[in-house]
Design a protein around this ligand. Structure first.
Ligand code: NDP
Length: 516
């Protein structure tokens, strides 16, 4: 009876699938096999990993080591949560390293192993058909396209939480003007200032430690009378720092400022109900995160808190769809456990591909996913110049204030553009190809430079003076300098057209008064 049923399924699948050779086109469930699908449609990818954090990149490495070509969609936060940690002390074999360094090495390993890492974000997934269909948006120019894949590992991480109090975000809020959730991105902008870190978990401790080395004063505002953080060593070190104060039972009820930047917080003592104003220049949120799974709601099962529900190891409720890292882990959320889950997910996905008859190949994956080349499309075709651009020679990285001074002297009379950016700041990353293209276009006419706010080799005191003088409150900030004077300051992202107009406008002027 069972054989007859399977036979019927097989026959139906042959008819529906339009295959001629049932031996190679369908498996014993009557489902098309991977080789037959790949033969019919060469655009189908064997494996796509969604997320460029530690779980996703580990999964990618395991696919690649098994000779399974793999695409990684890096998502909006390249490097994931670990890249935002200044000091990682629990990564095996590493005493203490910035998370960004660990993630850079991991990404390099994926790329060197033949992985294709795309600066794109998953916007939807259709798991009702197989191969799965992923819709992805290019992070650089917003273009959308679809990718078909035999298997996928979802490792999209979590989204940081917000307080939801007046003055935090929105039109009149101070987001990017003193309120942020990334010390490693924006911390350098608060040299000798007073900041508050909100939260009592491990992230708050890490953020506060980083800021304590930069800011004049760091308040850690904890809503209960105990910390949630597990890393007692770090907590104890932080408690001993002279410029750090813990305020327990403290809730932020509003963020206030002078219209330009944050000036103070309204805080409430949860026990005594007393309110007070706390003078600060900045507020760093570290109040946990929520699983990044809205787009998966109708595609696989989630738990009540929105984390992906796993059924068998790292497999989701959809056969062939796997998950790893914080997106499916409400409890541990450690870099090491995320990495282990990425490994397990890829090995299970490999078994799934084998079940569907997939034969690992040593062939390098074709980069026919259009988004791969989009960033380069806006760069000129000239091969030699392309190499220069990739090496970043069109833009000089400023490494000290003296260096900046020398550049200003050697380029006197020319417009200098300074891109003040953060290595792991997404808007900065989006602006980079535009800046590179313009730098190449205006070669010899305009001097393009950049400053990484998180660059440890940079003379931090000198940088702080620059930040203070130029009122830099967020990255990216673009300074247009002519004859030693800042003639224009532009905050945040802008289109290539707007950027070119500014260059055209300011490269004409010879002497302009310093703006206020
Ligand atoms: P957690 O969920 O662990 O902590 C969030 C903190 O924010 C808690 O103290 C929580 O208070 C507080 N909080 C939540 N909502 C609010 C609110 N509305 N107002 C004020 N406070 C609020 O998140 P983390 O991001 O800190 O850590 C996530 C995971 O990552 C953890 O498992 C952690 O161990 C891990 N991690 C590990 C690191 C390491 O170096 N080992 C570094 C960073 C993270 P309450 O306690 O009252 O709920």
């Amino acid at each position: 009876m069972r054989c007859n049923y399977l036979g019927l399924m097989l026959f139906a699948a042959i008819l529906l699938g339009g295959c001629f050779n049932h031996e190679s086109c369908c498996d014993h469930h009557g489902l098309p096999t991977a080789p037959s699908l790949l033969k019919q449609d060469s655009t189908i990818k064997p494996a796509v990993v969604v997320g460029g954090g530690v779980a996703g990149l580990t999964a990618a490495n395991y696919f690649l080591q098994a000779n399974i070509p793999c695409i990684v969609l890096e998502g909006p936060k390249p490097g994931g949560a670990l890249a935002q940690s200044d000091s990682v002390r629990n990564w095996p074999g590493v005493l203490d390293a910035p998370g960004a360094d660990i993630m850079r090495a991991l990404k390099e390993q994926v790329v060197k192993n033949g992985g294709v890492v795309i600066d794109a974000t998953l916007t939807s997934i259709d798991t009702k058909q197989w191969p799965f269909i992923l819709t992805v948006r290019n992070n650089l120019d917003g273009r959308v396209q679809t990718i078909k894949t035999l298997t996928s590992v979802i490792a999209m991480g979590t989204e940081p939480n917000y307080l939801g109090v007046p003055g935090e975000t929105g039109k009149d809020g101070y987001w990017g003007r003193g309120v942020t959730n990334c010390a490693i991105c924006d911390g350098a902008l608060f040299k000798d200032k007073i900041v508050a870190v909100v939260g009592g978990g491990d992230s708050a401790i890490v953020e506060a430690m980083y800021l304590a080395g930069i800011a004049k004063k760091v308040y850690v505002l904890v809503r209960r009378d105990v910390l949630r953080a597990n890393d007692t060593r770090k907590v104890n070190t932080l408690k001993e720092m002279r410029n750090v104060s813990f305020m327990y039972d403290t809730a932020v009820t509003a963020v206030q400022g002078n219209g330009k930047t944050v000036t103070h917080l309204e805080i409430l003592n949860n026990k005594t109900k007393a309110t007070e104003k706390l003078v600060v220049d900045g507020m760093f949120l570290a109040i946990g995160s929520t699983s990044n799974t809205k787009i998966l709601q109708n595609e696989c099962e989630l738990d009540v808190a929105g984390y992906i529900r796993l059924t068998n190891g790292q497999e989701t409720t959809i056969h062939g769809l796997f998950a790893a890292g914080d997106v499916c882990d409400p409890h541990l959320k450690q870099a090491v456990t995320a990495s282990a889950a990425g490994c397990a997910a890829a090995l299970q996905a490999k078994a799934f591909l084998e079940e569907r008859g997939y034969l690992p190949t040593s062939t390098v994956i074709s980069a026919d996913v259009e988004v791969v080349s989009d960033a380069k499309k806006i760069l000129p075709k000239d091969k030699d110049k392309e190499i220069h651009v990739q090496q970043g020679e069109w833009i000089t990285k400023i490494t000290s204030l003296n260096h900046a001074q020398q550049l200003l002297e050697s380029t006197a009379g020319k417009l200098m553009v300074v891109d003040v950016y953060g290595d792991f700041c997404m808007p900065c990353k989006k602006m980079m190809p535009i800046v590179e293209e313009l730098a190449q276009f205006y070669d010899y006419q305009v001097c393009f430079t950049k400053i990484d706010v998180a660059d440890r080799s940079f003379d931090i005191d000198a940088f702080a003076r620059l930040v203070k003088t130029e009122q830099i409150m967020q990255v990216p900030t673009f300074l247009f300098i002519k004859n030693g004077n800042v003639v224009k300051r532009s905050l945040g992202m802008m289109s290539k057209e707007t950027f070119s107009k500014l260059i055209e406008q300011y490269k004409q002027y010879d002497l302009l008064p310093k703006i206020q």
